[in-house]
Design a binder for this molecule. Structure first.
Ligand SMILES: C[S@@+](CC[C@H](N)C(=O)[O-])C[C@H]1O[C@@H](n2cnc3c(N)ncnc32)[C@H](O)[C@@H]1O
Length: 260
């Protein structure tokens, strides 16, 4: 969604500051490391972070031992931060929208693991686009390969999808990179027609105020599992809702056959 990608142009200024504070990247890297240990028992892997953003999860994953990992993201501003990170020197990082991921795969070939974490995949436009993305990933995974993504803990409340335990306003936060201090607040709303959660940020940077808006497609974990199965994956929930700063569920699709 263009609006979401555009929103990350301003969010990118505070993204790493906000999430590092919460040890969020380390938490995500731990999820991927656990799945790798459980599923691949040490064999060499080709891994794609298909929503790499600022690249922090990739650099944590390759901190201890070199890993054959590459990243893509639709936002040039998020990617620029990854590209400037010395921990990622030599790592292939590309700007690519999920809608064009087939072109990416044609260039880079097959992977053993594709992951999208950090509430990324829910930015997708609608269920059809999500199914298309999942199908594209399925087609370019090696047999036995995994597609891993998280969704927030969406739940049905009076027949409407909502984020469990989410308050309409989050606490305001102040984040400093040593040179600049940013004041960030957010307001959470819901568009019941498009079944999306809508988050309006306010980022105060000196005398400038930015108001980026992002939105997330809401779907129940069982519907996401079905979508993986419809694409030919054996699908499971890796972890029941994780109660961290946010509560979310990690889903794993395993490709069983070379050609589905
Ligand atoms: C919440 S950030 C997560 C980044 C990273 N995975 C992390 O955990 O820090 C979501 C990312 O999804 C990317 N994104 C959203 N829609 C996209 C699309 N249609 N194609 C490619 N990337 C997209 C955004 O640019 C952003 O970097």
């Amino acid at each position: 969604m263009t609006q979401t990608i555009d929103a990350y142009t301003t969010i990118s200024r505070v993204y790493r500051l906000m999430l590092n504070t919460k040890q969020f990247f380390a938490h995500e890297a731990d999820i991927i490391q656990t799945i790798i240990r459980q599923e691949f028992s040490g064999r060499p892997l080709r891994i794609l972070d298909a929503a790499c953003g600022t690249g922090d999860v990739m650099s944590l994953l390759s901190a201890d031992a070199p890993l054959n990992i590459q990243g893509l993201d639709g936002s040039q501003s998020m990617l620029s931060i990854a590209l400037a990170d010395p921990r990622l020197s030599g790592v292939s990082l590309s700007r690519c929208r999920w809608e064009q991921i087939g072109t990416y795969f044609k260039r880079y070939g097959r992977f053993d693991m594709i992951y999208l974490l950090g509430n990324s995949i829910s930015h997708i436009q609608n269920v059809q686009a999500l199914q298309a993305l999942v199908n594209d990933c399925q087609a370019f995974l090696n047999p036995g390969g995994l597609l891993v993504f998280d969704i927030r803990n969406w739940s049905l409340e009076d027949g409407l999808l909502r984020e469990k335990d989410r308050r309409p306003y989050s606490d305001d936060g102040e984040f400093s990179d040593g040179e600049r201090t940013y004041h960030v607040s957010e307001k959470v709303g819901y568009d019941d027609e498009t079944v999306r959660q809508v988050i309006e940020y306010e980022i105060v940077d000196g005398d400038k105020i930015h108001r980026p808006v992002v939105s997330y497609l809401m779907m129940l974990p069982e519907d996401a599992l079905q979508l993986l199965k419809d694409s030919g994956f054996e699908a499971r929930i890796h972890s029941r809702p994780i109660k961290y700063y946010w509560s979310y569920t990690v889903l794993v699709g395993k490709k069983l056959q070379a050609n589905h």
